[in-house]
Design a protein around this ligand. Sequence first.
Ligand code: ADP
Length: 177
Amino acid sequence: LEAKEEFRHKTLATDVMRPRRSGPPLSVLTQSGMTVEEVERLIIDTTYSGFPVVITNQSQRLVGFVLRRDLVISLENARRHQEGVVSVSAVLFSECDLPESTNTPPAVKLHSILDLSPFTVTVHTPMEIVVDIFRKLGLRQCLVTQNGRMLGIITKKDVLKHMAQMANRDPDSILFN
Ligand code: ADP
């Protein structure tokens, strides 16, 4: 990716991130409070490669990022091999072990698949810098926050599309590495 003059301070992360104002909202998981069934439903209903994990839907405070494939494998494993796991079992990304009640089904603990330090920028970060970060760190995606709240996501493909738009070129013709 060349450091193109036209990216300089013109476009910000907020202009490139998803969701768009008109589009579907950001799909997030909460660190606790969701069931196996709810997480499986999200996997079926979306095709995203990953999901930000937030403390609560209300706070939208970022906890980490989980890859779709890790989520699929872990839930399948839990369904198959973890005794007592059912659709209403809780899914926990948090580390703290609440004492489990004996009359609720066992929780599926997914702390180990959570990336606790996903790369984040703020809505005000110039795209020139975002592009530089993607290139230098070889990122697949980057999260966008405002005042500590999860607001959006920018994938490598989003960056490429944006650059192609800027350069008015075919995204496939731009070498990204
Ligand atoms: P790619 O951009 O490589 O196709 P994804 O399938 O993960 O990767 O994302 C498809 C589109 O959806 C992208 O524009 C991306 O910004 C957006 N997106 C990715 N993850 C989420 C999410 N959890 N919630 C909402 N939109 C997302």
